[in-house]
Write a protein that binds this ligand. Structure first.
Ligand SMILES: [Zn+2]
Length: 102
């Protein structure tokens, strides 16, 4: 039975998810469906990112760059809260360095 399932190749199983479907005759056949794409997440806190659609390359390729991620520094990589904290920390660091050099 396992041999029947695997006969069309290993790559197909890795790329697609198998779904059991009951056919009118009463038997069960396995249909292969595309795996769902996971949502983009913040690299620092792991929260889902806003305005970052996901999908197959055939669809994502048709979107413009501005439609794929927010147009700001670290857009599509960090969430706005993490970016704000990071920028504040950098600015404070820079101010401290300026004070120390005087
Ligand atoms: Zn974050």
């Amino acid at each position: 039975m396992i041999r029947d399932v695997n006969k069309r190749g290993r790559s197909r199983r890795l790329k697609k998810v198998r779904v059991a479907v009951r056919v009118p005759g009463g038997g069960i056949v396995y249909h292969y469906r595309h795996k769902r794409h996971s949502q983009a997440r913040c690299a620092r806190c792991g929260r889902p990112l806003n305005a970052t659609p996901t999908g197959p390359r055939s669809i994502m390729g048709k979107l413009s760059k501005s439609q794929r991620r927010p147009n700001r520094p670290y857009g599509g990589y960090l969430c706005p809260e993490c970016l704000r904290e990071l920028m504040l920390a950098r600015a404070i660091e820079e101010g401290m360095a300026l004070l120390a050099s005087r």
